[in-house]
Write a protein that binds this ligand. Structure first.
Ligand SMILES: [Zn+2]
Length: 288
């Protein structure tokens, strides 16, 4: 049980942000990829899980299965409205569909005023984040000052190729696009130390703590949790500060309670943990 509502209380009911959630009819294999059987994949259920943990905003990352860029924007707008503006809007594009697809995506994004972030799925879609076909995406992100999230590390899908999702591959775009803030999802797991180096070296690179515990109920679950916490602590020591570490859950894959517990159980000052749970994300996303 998470013992942190007291800390949230000290900072007021507002403040925490989950930078990595999914609510989508295109979520892959929902019978398998949810943190408890029968979980309803809707905005109401997610917001109800947020409530006891003082989370007022989530970054709603569109899935790689969403059939078109138009549909990512439609899904984003629908969930943004249904959540009273608490689930921030994102889109995604698959550069392996060609330069024309990327150009069209950017054109649609240009017309959409409310995008909070772009998410890319290297690994799943077999491209490197420094693929030249992605240049228009990074130029758009620089112009609009919105962060680009990369799926990193292990893939749920056995057809994924993890060579594409290693944090070291993000170094090149971090250097080339200094004006773009990049978020390395899942702390690059299992390449957490590699991820820490990329965050340490590049002031425009962040890491999120989402999706580190999966599947629930495996024999070593508690030990997995403790190991994840020790590895994140070590990574933060490598980086030297917690200012670019962002709390994320990867809901519905992981419960909000467990994912918050990953952070609240870190051996760090409470003030640093609260920055990870909200302050850093608010600064990144321009939330008041
Ligand atoms: Zn995710």
């Amino acid at each position: 049980v998470d013992a942190s509502p007291g800390i949230a209380g000290a900072f007021g009911p507002r403040g925490r942000v989950d930078v990595h959630v999914h609510v989508s009819p295109y979520w892959p294999d929902p019978a398998r990829n949810v943190h408890r059987p029968g979980l309803a994949l809707d905005v109401e259920t997610l917001l109800a899980e947020f409530a006891p943990h003082g989370i007022d905003h989530g970054v709603l990352l569109q899935t790689r299965e969403t059939p078109s860029v138009e549909e990512t924007l439609r899904q984003s707008d629908e969930k943004f409205r249904a959540s009273g503006g608490r689930l921030l809007r994102t889109s995604t594009v698959d550069p392996t569909r060609g330069e024309e697809e990327v150009r069209r995506a950017v054109e649609l994004w240009e017309k959409h005023a409310g995008l909070a972030a772009i998410k890319l799925y290297p690994g799943y879609r077999h491209f490197y984040v420094h693929d030249p076909r992605l240049s228009p995406v990074y130029e758009f992100a620089a112009k609009r000052r919105i962060p680009v999230f990369f799926h990193q590390g292990d893939t749920l899908d056995v057809d994924g190729l993890v060579k594409f999702s290693r944090p070291i591959e993000a170094d090149e775009v971090a250097v080339r696009y200094r004006d773009v803030r990049f978020v390395l999802c899942h702390f690059g797991n299992p390449w957490i130390e590699e991820c820490a180096e990329i965050v340490f070296k590049n002031e425009n690179v962040y890491a999120d703590t989402s999706g580190l515990l999966w599947p629930p109920g495996v024999v070593y679950y508690e030990r997995m949790l403790q190991r994840a916490q020790r590895r994140i602590e070590n990574a933060i020591v490598t980086i030297g500060h917690p200012d670019r570490i962002l709390y994320g859950s990867d809901w519905p894959l992981q419960s909000i309670a467990t994912s918050v517990r990953v952070v609240t159980g870190l051996h760090l000052p409470d003030e640093h943990k609260e920055r990870i749970l909200g302050g850093n994300a608010r600064a990144l996303l321009g939330l008041p």
